[in-house]
Design a protein around this ligand. Structure first.
Ligand SMILES: Nc1ncnc2c1ncn2[C@@H]1O[C@H](COP(=O)(O)OP(=O)(O)OP(=O)(O)O)[C@@H](O)[C@H]1O
Ligand SMILES: [Mg+2]
Length: 334
């Protein structure tokens, strides 16, 4: 459905390039929820912007390719790339940005935000017809129709997020990208939003990419998961497999930091900080913080090894296992 090959993207700033996404290979399949995890500043939002073709200065793609399969009216498929994908926004691919609570137009009622989006694609429909469709859709998502008359500030944070999900999925896009859709919401509201996302995905039978720094969110909702560290995708595979058999020390530490029911032991954060993305170190980027690092970890970049079915991780501790080919999601080497 959506494929990234050797994708590198950076920000061109006055003090040099920030290499936010570095040589990422990734395939999002049809009918799955793919999660992207990793700590603050590791490049999750940048990766999503690149997928969405939201490339604005200072962001630039400087290597690699993004391909999105577009289904034509006659059922045939064409593949579009960066620079073309934006022509299919809302209809084929939609995006809920981070901090989405603040991205709705504060002086426009929800109804008009829907009209603005829908009228671009259904030019001949009258407002009355559009409103009937929107109300019907809101009902299907168990949202009250009176949200249409509200301004964004009149809605609670959770309701605003639900409205945005409804807006992003109204035209039945084949892929929805959601950046931290539950951050800043309390756990009860968070659970409701996750249920809504999952239900919507099942209903549309489409793909979703969900970015969250919260591993608990991924455990609850995603089918496959990618872990980012300092601009690199360091592990990817089926979510349950990653939780049961995390293969990169960083993934193991992220999972160990999760609170568990009945476990009152003190949870430790991961000591240290990620390296600068302006001038990333050679070798494995996690080496400085890795309790298992050996000398060569600081000099040689690890290959991406197969550690399970459809599960790969980039770590020298896995030397001896079979490296994944690029088509299987391997990182670029050699
Ligand atoms: N407009 C920008 N100009 C320069 N650098 C930027 C810009 N936006 C992001 N960056 C830098 O790019 C890197 C990746 O940022 P990104 O927002 O993708 O991270 P993130 O994983 O989404 O973080 P968070 O979890 O905090 O949302 C960070 O070092 C960030 O400071
Ligand atoms: Mg972000």
């Amino acid at each position: 459905m959506l494929e990234l090959k050797h994708l590198s993207a950076r920000y061109d700033t006055v003090s040099g390039y920030v290499n936010a996404v570095d040589d990422v290979n990734l395939t999002i399949k049809r009918n799955e929820i793919f999660g992207i995890a990793g700590e603050s500043g590791c490049g999750k939002s940048t990766l999503l912007k690149v997928m969405y073709d939201l490339i604005q200065f200072p962001l630039e793609i400087f290597r690699g390719e993004v391909s999105l399969e577009c289904r034509n009216k006659d059922g045939s498929i064409t593949v579009c790339h960066s620079g073309e994908i934006h022509k299919s926004w809302w209809q084929l691919i939609s995006y809920i940005p981070q901090g989405a609570m603040h991205v709705m137009n504060p002086v426009t009622r929800v109804r008009n935000q829907f009209f603005d989006t829908v009228s671009k694609y259904h030019k001949r429909r009258s407002k009355r017809e559009m409103e009937a469709d929107i109300v019907q859709y809101l009902r299907e998502l168990e949202l009250p129709a009176d949200v249409l008359g509200a301004y964004p500030h009149q809605l609670s944070g959770g309701m605003r997020q639900r409205v945005l999900i409804a807006l992003a999925t109204f035209l039945s896009p084949e892929i929805v990208l959601a950046d931290e859709p539950t951050t800043a919401l309390d756990v009860v509201v968070q659970r409701g939003i996750l249920t809504m996302l999952k239900r919507t995905q099942k209903r549309l039978g489409n793909s979703m990419v969900i970015v969250s720094h919260d591993m608990g969110v991924h455990y609850q909702i995603t089918d496959r998961l990618g872990i980012m560290y300092a601009g690199k995708l360091i592990e990817a595979g089926p979510t349950m497999d990653i939780f049961e058999r995390p293969s990169h020390p960083y993934t193991r530490m992220l999972i160990a930091a999760l609170p568990r029911l009945g476990d009152s032991s003190q949870k430790e954060g991961i000591p240290g900080t990620p390296p600068s993305l302006r001038n990333p170190p050679p070798g494995c980027r996690f080496a400085e913080r890795c309790p298992e690092a050996a000398e060569h970890c600081r000099t040689a970049e690890p290959l991406n090894y197969q550690v399970g079915k459809d599960h790969g991780a980039s770590c020298h501790l896995l030397d001896g296992k079979v490296p994944l080919s690029e088509d299987e999601g391997g990182q670029a080497h050699g």
